[in-house]
Design a protein around this ligand. Sequence first.
Ligand code: NAD
Length: 375
Amino acid sequence: MRLAVARETREGETRVAMVPELVARLSALGYQVLVEPGAGRGALITDDDYTAAGAIVHDQALESADLVVAVQPLDAHAVRRLRRGALTVSFLPATQELGLVADLRDAGVTALAMELVPRISRAQSMDALSSQSLVSGYRCAIVAAGLLRRFFPLNMTAAGTVQPAEVVVLGAGVAGLQAIATSKRLGAVVRAYDVRAAAAEEIRSMGAKAIELDLPTLDGAGGYAREMTEDRAALQRELLTPFVARADALITTAAVPGRRAPVLVTAAMVEQMGPGSVVVDLAADSGGNVEGVVAGEVVRIGHAQVWGGRNVPAQMPGPASRLYAQNVLNLVTLLTPETDGVRSLDPDFDDEIVAGACVTHEGVVRHEPSRLALE
Ligand code: NAD
């Protein structure tokens, strides 16, 4: 069995889907590991590192592969290089990439999407959304601390007392909780808000103060948030305004699966923030939680510098790749069951995890929303 590690082709993608440390684990499953030349360069992993770990660096890695692992979806050119029946594992935002889904279907490729792996306890070790959100949340807090021209922690010195920075975090899922934990470790006073009922307790368990608004909670399916009505959104913005106005740093991480990011903060709210304040919007890639944010840029709104995150995990490619590769290895292990002492690439499409992650298989689009959109 041949497993190929793809070289990422999307602009700005620095991560790689497999790291040398895990090559031996793939070999133990029965895979010969092929790596496209330069695949690890963005994550500072050389071809020699892969070779030393037992992989083969090869130009034609994709053509001969039974299984291809990648971070971003393969491009149309790469799909044409795959053999019929090959399997791919990558992030694949299917409904936003319908042309590619059709290409994968027509090429007879079985495509599994990491973001569709169900968030059940058995699949926790394969949960790449969580592992990459951990990286993003940490990075957001570090960016906020770096942009802010003042201390995060309290300092009591002979030259006087320096007050700690006040950080407000909106959205306390995996990334938001990590942003809270990192800001706390740096010594800031942190307040946070999330629409889910369980969030206040989770915020407090990180040592932050939960902002409790006189609004109903919005719990949706699978532990995610529900979308707000426009009336509720307007009221939430009004109630959050004084918290935003007094923050030195505002970090926003709110998302609703499959939807544009909710606008939690208007430009008028940012204009009430003080001189030197900073805003870090992790949701900029999906439309932004902050009105006026631009993904990949720092813009000024009022006194505040507003930083828009673009592919934030790729800003820490080494650790992000290691975590992602471990998620991929755990999924590949599930796809490679052992029968009579022999392992083979034989995914069980009745398994909830495989079925949930499957976008295309045997010339059919299995991901229902994409199939309907393609009809
Ligand atoms: P996400 O990235 O979809 O959203 C980030 C956060 O934004 C969520 O906490 C959400 O409630 C919040 N949000 C949405 N709309 C908002 C609004 N209008 N105002 C304020 N906040 C808003 O979510 P996520 O971080 O991937 O995970 C969300 C939940 O799922 C968390 O409770 C997490 O612990 C849970 N989870 C469970 C598993 C598992 O069981 N295996 C795995 C990962 C996450």
